[in-house]
Design a protein around this ligand. Structure first.
Ligand code: AMO
Length: 434
């Protein structure tokens, strides 16, 4: 059991045993300070060389930085100490000595590039501002889960090894499954849809998705975390309402419970929970607005996807989260329903942060025959998806949903430059370990 006193809880007048990492040793001659760091913060340990046992001083001051030690002693008030208290040691125990040469400086005095940091993530995460990202990520996931529960959703877990892809054939990772070809799942899309036709009706999943993206970009991962929602008896408008609710809850939870982490990132003053309703702009209006900015070398035409430059121009123009609705049917996947009165228009939508896309979603095609036609139009063989299409013959209600990239949410929330900052151990073209 963890019987130590946390650094932040050490109170003057107490005798305590603290344990953690040697953050820094400052030797001023007759007096020396060791700064010990643990999960709660830091505490100064004072060594008065003339007055203390030689072995104690020797042990305390010769230990290498980042070693794990335990120190027992009396806590005293000391206004000049960084936290206003210091510990006068009676005993120093070296629990796990660190090598003198470290691949990365956790005190942050020596800067390291992202690749070195990711290679040595354990040491990197000893920095307050890096640890803060993952505390915020955890809080975000917790708030999202709670918000889904209050929307009446059941959390599900669906297979990650699957027989077919859903999000376009080129981005699949093949695996061998007992001699048969299988793939890592790109999205829980088909499984979550099958659940709205079950007794569960409203579901969410938070889990990994795998995309064999060919290019390294600051916004793509080969393994990402998708926050997925799907609900029966709703349309794309209802799905967008739920999406707004969840994104707002994520920001709200972080604002309420992560003040320390936001401070460590220097964001405590500027962090804002979006309160205004996210504008819903049609695709047609979006391309008109992009063209009107004059930021693009070439004009956009109906049927074009929004390029990174177009997203940026529109994001600057709108200035907040916004939805793009009514995309052309031809650029949305087979499972997205077309508008009843105009087959060229889909019910698909994207939620955009001014910097990048966060969410795709829409109302789904729940009519069996139309679904089969959609497969054929997209050049997919409906037979391979029979496990899915078959259930549309046994009572599948109208439904809608979306998928939100967890890392992109953290990235945009905290203004991170690279999506890898929001993943403990990112997977990209170069990176398969750690
Ligand atoms: P889509 O493919 O647009 O839609 O993915 C949904 C959201 O997931 C995130 N995302 C990624 N994040 C990082 N790296 C990647 N390679 C990556 N790929 C996707 C993005 C994106 O907006 N089945 C549909 C969702 C639905 O309709 O319910 C889907 O997967 O934030």
């Amino acid at each position: 059991m963890d019987t130590r006193t946390h650094a932040a809880a050490a109170t003057p007048g107490e005798t305590v045993r603290v344990a953690g990492w040697v953050h820094e040793i400052r030797d001023l001659g007759g007096i020396a300070f060791l700064i010990l760091r643990d999960g709660s913060g830091k505490i100064q340990i004072k060594f008065e060389k003339e007055e203390m046992d030689d072995d104690l001083v020797e042990t305390g001051l010769s230990v290498h930085r980042e070693s794990v030690i335990a120190v027992t002693g009396d806590v005293e008030t000391e206004e000049r100490a960084p936290t206003g208290v210091e510990l006068v040691p009676d005993e120093v125990e070296v629990i796990a000595e660190a090598d003198p040469e470290l691949p990365l400086d956790p005190s942050g005095k020596v800067e390291a590039d992202l690749s070195t940091r990711l290679d040595n993530r354990t040491l990197d995460l000893r920095k307050d501002e890096v640890k803060a990202i993952f505390e915020i990520r955890a809080e975000m996931l917790q708030s999202v889960r709670e918000a889904f529960r209050s929307l009446g959703c059941t959390e599900i877990n669906t297979p990650k090894i699957v027989a077919t892809g859903t999000e376009g054939g080129t981005e699949l990772f093949p695996v061998t499954y007992f001699g048969r070809e299988a793939f890592m799942n790109q999205s829980p899309q088909l499984f979550k849809q099958l659940m709205v036709g079950s007794g569960l009706e409203r579901v969410f999943e938070i889990g990994p998705i795998f995309r064999a993206e060919e290019h390294n970009t600051p916004r793509h991962l080969n393994e990402a975390t998708s926050i997925d929602f799907e609900a029966a008896f709703t349309d794309e408008q209802g799905a967008m309402d739920a999406c707004e609710n969840i994104v707002r809850a994520a920001y709200g939870g972080v604002a309420e419970n992560c003040q320390g982490a936001l401070e460590a990132l220097g964001l405590d003053e500027e962090f804002e929970v979006p309160t205004e309703r996210f504008p819903r702009i049609t695709y047609e209006e979006a391309i008109e607005r992009v063209n009107a900015t004059g930021e693009l070398d070439e004009q956009l035409f109906w049927g074009d996807d929004l390029s990174t430059e177009a997203e940026r121009a529109l994001g600057d123009d709108v200035g907040s989260h916004y939805f793009v609705t009514e995309w052309p049917s031809e650029i949305k996947p087979f499972y997205i329903k077309d508008h009843d009165d105009d087959e060229e228009l889909s019910t698909g939508f994207d939620l955009m942060h001014p910097r990048l896309e966060l969410v795709s979603g829409g109302q789904r095609e729940h009519r069996h025959d139309r679904l089969i036609e959609g497969f054929e139009q997209q050049g997919l063989e409906p037979e391979a998806f029979e496990y899915y299409t078959k259930m549309f013959r046994y009572g599948m209600p109208p439904h809608a949903g979306w998928g939100l990239g967890a890392e992109r949410l953290v990235m945009t929330m905290l203004g991170l430059d690279n999506i890898r900052e929001a993943v403990l151990f990112p997977r990209d073209r170069q990176r398969l370990s750690p």
